[in-house]
Design a protein around this ligand. Structure first.
Ligand code: CDP
Ligand code: MG
Length: 751
């Protein structure tokens, strides 16, 4: 039975439209007409085909069964076999095993090493173990970074199993707000972000004897920063070993960066993969993906299907729609096991994807790009690739990062294709045209550092004493304006002074593993005396949505949620939920009765504990303001003053900084309420731009909290209540260029 989760109404078409418009922008109407024509003919041929009926019209049980049987006899593949073998045999069957001695020799002889190997060859799970077995862990930890949390956790679990220990003992992991290691730990998996934070306290990485920067081709900001930090650490510590592993062919670039270090290639056994392109651009890639899955399932031989989608919502939708379709076909077709894979999935569900497919059944996995390289699923023979992924992109106008559905690169397309050729010859269905692949897709994915907001990274680098950002040894330097805008952000948050130097607040902020706006609010709460409440709110903001809305009980869930609503908005609503749950002794029944995700609340509780630990470590006061909601809201403004909206009779709200029209998200406690001024946590772009996590504020707080950012316009003539708040753009931009230059110059001089 597939896992069916709630799907927001209309999300299917919306996402599909958003996504496909990106690629079909420049396609003309003719193509469209051609597509319709082709679709019509395709439908006709399908209907004429005795072995196939369109899904809605699938009546002839016998024919379908014949199609399945026939295709099943074509190939005989045994899958799920390897997993039932003893661990030793499994380990020794991996391509990395043949290279074991070479890996060990190369690591002994070289400080830096690049290892290239197909996904699934055993780089992540085996190399750490080889080094441990050879005694490299006697002098320090063997650390291995992963760009994704879910990969860090699942790999640590797998390696614990292989070694035969519990996670957190000999093999452990750390991800943000979760530390599963102990003094016994020798092999440690972690997100790259966590190792980057460790560098704050230990720039020479003294705890480690070997650091493996895994999945380096992903080029996350943290991995890019670690390249430079580890290169520096290794220059001071001749015993430190740094290994960079990658699934793709950018080996030379890594080797050049790490002083022309050797490159080891793990020969993979891969099988040929047939590539099929769409004849015409697809208007709705979700619909095409579902059609393709059905076609494969009905007409093709054994083997599981992997479909790449862009995110959780899309994946849940597809699972549900496909499940319904399969259900209507009943037992006319072979059983189809539908599984979702994305980072936010509970680990129990995730581990299901690694289980071998039962006999007489086919598995279809809908995954985000996490399945491109981070995790390997055996038995995949068919890949369906719509050609999109969600990319974290900095939107300078909104002043924040947004996940935008964008076309993938050719390198990604080939990586996806490769997933079909691991167990035998496979097929890859590209739901885009060959010409789109050749002419529209960029060859390589742009490193995150060149498109993301760098405020958090720069704050950390400054806290590490790295001031000369222009000469910091980035593999690919970020654009200068993205560095200056990050410096400006930090200046506005008072983490840096006019000269680009770290302030006392900035130093304390750098101790919190979260975006600077949030750490600023935490700092402020220590001063204003509401750190207990603020740390709760921030913990709740750091976890997934705690409200649960089952499809068949939406109204009831909504009315339960409404009972928590605070008239001033979502931040205080979150505080209400947490406080009530705490007062109920963190009760499970309370969660069930109120449609709350207990798992997410528990995580919020863990995050809060960690925040309190940091407070104690920094000797910052923890105190409660006992329900002074004005104080809490004012404190929130100290970090989020940039995200302010003013009511507009025509369009709902407009952002104060640049006048963009925005609306209160329908799920907000402030939906349908009209407060003059609000702040929001983030903007969500769906059919329109929505403010999410919204709180009503007093306009004066903006000026009081950020006098360097806002001023009161016409305060002299109007009554105080009516006074308008405007951004200090004019005044600021006059100085901006000189400030930018001086702060960059200063950062250079300080070096
Ligand atoms: O890192 P690389 O892609 O080279 O391979 P790996 O992650 O070390 O995976 C090697 C093998 O371990 C895969 O073929 C998977 O079958 C298995 N594995 C697993 O069963 N569970 C995991 N969480 C990770 C890997
Ligand atoms: Mg790996």
């Amino acid at each position: 039975m597939p896992k069916i989760t709630k799907v927001p109404q209309g999300s299917l078409t919306r996402t599909a439209l958003n996504g496909s418009s990106l690629m079909s922008d420049h396609r003309n109407e003719k193509l469209q007409q051609k597509k319709e024509l082709e679709q019509e003919t395709r439908k006709k041929t399908l209907l004429d085909d005795p072995n196939y009926r369109s899904q809605a019209d699938f009546k002839n049980k016998q024919l379908a069964l014949t199609a399945w049987e026939r295709s099943r006899n074509r190939e005989t593949i045994e899958y799920g076999k390897r997993s039932s073998l003893p661990i030793k045999v499994q380990r020794e069957s991996l391509p990395a095993f043949k290279m074991r001695q070479q890996v060990i020799d190369a690591v002994s002889d070289n400080q830096f090493l690049v290892i290239i190997g197909e996904t699934g060859s055993g780089k992540t799970t085996q190399i750490t173990q080889y080094l441990d077995e050879e005694g490299f862990s006697n002098s320090g930890l063997i650390g291995c970074t992963q760009p994704r949390r879910v990969a860090a956790v699942s790999v640590a679990k797998r390696v614990s199993e292989e070694i035969g220990c519990r996670v957190g003992e000999y093999v452990g992991y750390t991800i943000r707000f979760e530390d599963e290691t102990s003094p016994k730990t020798r092999i440690k998996y972690m997100t790259d972000g966590m190792l980057q934070r460790e560098a704050l306290l230990d720039p020479e990485m003294k705890n480690y004897s070997v650091v493996i920067l895994d999945e380096a081709h992903e080029r996350t900001v943290a991995t890019d920063v670690l390249f430079a930090l580890l290169k520096k650490a290794a220059s001071r510590r001749p015993d430190l070993r740094v290994i960079v592993t990658s699934a793709t062919l950018d080996a030379e670039k890594f080797s050049n960066y790490f002083l022309q270090c050797p490159i080891l290639r793990i020969p993979g056994k891969t099988f040929p993969v047939d590539v099929m392109y769409a004849q015409v651009p697809q208007i709705d890639y979700i619909e095409s993906a579902l059609d393709t899955v059905m076609e494969i399932h009905i007409n093709e031989g054994c083997g599981d299907i992997l479909v790449f989608l862009t995110g959780q919502e899309e994946i849940d939708t597809c699972c549900e729609v496909l499940y319904e379709r399969v259900k209507t076909l009943g037992d006319t077709i072979q059983e189809l096991l539908i599984l979702p894979v994305y980072s936010a999935l509970p680990s129990e569900v995730q581990s299901k994807i690694f289980e071998p497919t039962p006999p007489n059944c086919r598995k279809v996995i809908f995954a985000t790009n996490i399945a491109e390289t981070s995790i390997t699923i055996d038995g995949i023979y068919y890949v369906v690739d719509p050609g999109f992924s969600k990319v974290n992109t900095y939107n300078p106008r909104a002043g924040m990062e947004q996940l935008i559905v964008s076309p993938i690169s050719q390198a990604q397309a080939n990586q996806r294709k490769g997933r079909a050729g691991r167990t035998g010859a496979g097929k890859c269905y590209r739901l885009y045209t060959e010409s789109a692949y050749l002419n529209e897709m960029i060859p390589n994915t742009i490193p995150e550092i060149q498109r993301q907001n760098l405020s958090y990274t720069i704050l950390m680098l400054k806290a590490m004493g790295i001031h000369d950002l222009l000469n910091f040894e980035f593999m690919d330097a970020p654009p200068r304006n993205s560095m200056t805008s990050a410096l400006e952000d930090l200046y506005n948050l008072q983490a840096l002074d006019e000269d680009g130097r770290l302030t006392k607040t900035g130093r304390l902020m750098s101790q919190f593993p979260m975006e600077p706006a949030l750490s600023k609010v935490l700092m402020e709460s220590a001063n204003t005396g509401c750190s207990d409440e603020i740390s709760t709110i921030i913990s709740m903001l750091s976890v997934q949505n705690v409200f649960y809305r089952p499809r068949d009980k939406q109204q009831e869930a909504d009315s339960k949620k409404a009972r928590f609503h605070h008239p001033y908005g979502d931040h205080l609503t979150l505080l209400n939920v947490y406080t009530r749950w705490r007062d109920e002794n963190y009760s499970k029944t309370f969660c069930l009765n109120n449609y709350l995700h207990e798992r997410h609340l528990k995580r919020a509780k863990d995050v809060k504990t960690q925040l309190i630990n940091i407070f104690n470590k920094l000797r910052l006061p923890l105190s409660s303001c006992r329900g002074n909601v004005d104080l809490i809201r004012k404190t929130l403004v100290s970090g989020f003053f940039r995200n302010a909206g003013k009511r507009d009779s025509q369009v709902g709200y407009k952002t104060i900084t640049d006048g963009t029209s925005v609306s209160v998200h329908p799920s907000s406690a402030l939906f349908g309420k009209d407060h003059d001024y609000v702040i929001y946590h983030s903007l969500v772009l769906t059919t329109r731009e929505y403010m999410s996590q919204v709180t009503a504020i007093d306009a004066r707080w903006l000026v009081e909290s950020a006098p360097h950012f806002y001023k009161v316009a016409g305060a002299e003539s109007e009554s105080r209540k009516k006074a308008k708040v405007v951004p200090l753009h004019n005044k600021f931009s006059q100085n901006q260029d000189s400030w930018r230059l001086s702060s960059i110059r200063q950062t250079k001089e300080k070096a």
